[in-house]
Design a protein around this ligand. Structure first.
Ligand code: ADP
Ligand code: DP6
Length: 395
């Protein structure tokens, strides 16, 4: 009798936002970076991907992914294929060692995933998405691999995804091996070490990005003269300083490195040819507002950082919530996103000394805020997005 069981496993995975940016590949096929990077994993109470991996001998056709209710073409996506092939090989090794283990590696995979936030809009959906895909399949295949070992797989889906397999504060070591075997992510401190780090995201644009990160970083590597110094000497030193700042919970140092590294990354973008512009007037108004908060406090209590788009992520410590997030809450009280566990506790402050022009630009350009903080890594869940007969379900 044939085994028509539908095997299922589900997980959620977080977004991460780098404070030392990954920008540049030394090997595009293996997705190996030119420099190490470091990120903060954000709480899944705010942003998360939920993915179910299922397989069955009764499934027909090729492996498939339903993303936000739409079929995603994974057959021609080399990166997704690289992840699936590696995970299937790991499962195959288990099946060879244990002949009574079901032959899951030979069954078609049906993957269903939902992002609870805009996809491909500069909010790191690829990071949460590939981390969830890899974690869900690893759970399905009962792989014994650690998150660090799985980071090698997720990295091939999207570089930043390797950092979303862990919670808290995570470093992705660039490594030097040509096969990428030492290009891995590791948790440098858990959430519990520094749990009061908060993040306020100003969503400036939820549209698709202008220049996708993969293409943007290739242009920078090929054309920017500033880039080499950044990758070879600036980032290695910053990685050490940032790790020390995190271990010491030294927010002022954390903030300085975060802002300088974001600026350095965007400087190499501007130095690329043709130049790449990710920041806009609203981003610059957010930078200005953060600088004003810091000036008013007489010390660094807030840090901005920007990925490959205009959205601002502002890190601060909970004790300074009123002085940082409170000012943005006052200025942006008309926009959505202040509700929810993180937002509800933010007290509205006064204008905090922001210039009228900064206030006007923020009011006109910020469409939504996301209130969040440092959070845990992927969590196994029993809510499956595929039913026991293999049909997709909505939760
Ligand atoms: P973002 O800024 O949101 O990371 P990218 O353009 O870099 O945007 O990446 C978006 C791509 O990441 C999607 O087109 C898809 O291929 C992949 N992706 C996003 N979410 C998921 C998911 N939940 N599961 C699998 N892949 C995903
Ligand atoms: C600016 O991880 O999206 O967000 O590996 O080509 O998929 P690929 O790139 P991706 O790049 C992220 C770039 C960044 C910085 C960062 O997250 O470190």
């Amino acid at each position: 009798m044939s085994d028509n069981t539908v095997y299922r496993a589900s997980t959620t995975a977080p977004v991460n936002i780098a404070v030392i940016k990954y920008w540049g590949k030394r090997d595009a096929a293996l997705n190996l970076p030119t420099n190490s990077s470091l990120s903060v994993t954000l709480s899944q109470k705010s942003l998360k991907t939920h993915t179910t991996a299922s397989c069955s001998a009764s499934y027909t056709g090729a492996d498939s992914l339903l993303l936000n209710d739409e079929p995603e073409d994974i057959q021609s996506n080399k990166r997704t294929q690289a992840c699936l092939q590696l995970l299937k090989r790991f499962r195959h090794d288990i099946e060879v060692k244990n002949p009574s283990a079901p032959k899951l590696s030979t069954m078609p995979l049906k993957l269903v995933s939902i992002n609870n936030f805009p996809t491909a809009a500069g909010l790191a959906s690829s990071a949460a998405g590939f981390a969830a895909l890899v974690r869900a399949i690893a759970n399905l295949y009962e792989l014994p691999h650690t998150p660090t070992q799985l980071s090698l797989v997720a990295r091939q889906g999207s570089g930043s995804a390797c950092r979303s397999l862990m919670g808290g504060y995570v470093a992705w070591r660039a490594g030097t091996a040509r096969d990428g075997s030492d290009s891995i992510a590791e948790e440098i401190a858990p959430v519990s070490h520094w749990p009061n780090l908060k993040a306020l995201i100003l969503v400036v644009s939820a549209d698709k990005k202008g220049v996708a990160s993969t293409a943007g970083m290739q242009t920078t590597v090929e054309t920017s003269t500033l880039f080499k110094t950044r990758a070879e000497s600036i980032v290695p030193q910053r990685m050490e300083e940032m790790e020390a700042a995190i271990h010491a919970k030294d927010f002022a140092k954390f903030a300085e490195i975060t802002m300088r590294d974001s600026n350095s990354f965007h400087a190499t973008c501007l130095d690329s040819w043709p130049p790449i512009h990710y920041l806009n007037d609203v981003s610059r108004a957010a930078m200005n507002a953060v600088e004003t908060c810091n000036r008013k406090a007489g010390k660094l209590i807030a840090a901005y950082t920007f990925d490959a788009g205009p959205n601002a992520v502002i890190y601060y410590e909970e004790e300074n919530e009123k002085l940082v997030a409170g000012v943005f809450r006052y200025v942006l009280q008309q926009v959505k996103g202040w509700e929810g566990e993180y937002g509800a506790q933010i007290p509205s402050n006064e204008q905090g000394g922001l210039e009228a022009k900064t206030v006007m630009t923020l009011k006109a350009g910020v469409s939504r805020v996301i209130c969040t903080g440092v959070g845990d890594g992927p969590e196994r869940v029993e809510e499956h997005l595929v039913d026991d007969r293999g049909k997709p379900v909505r939760i």
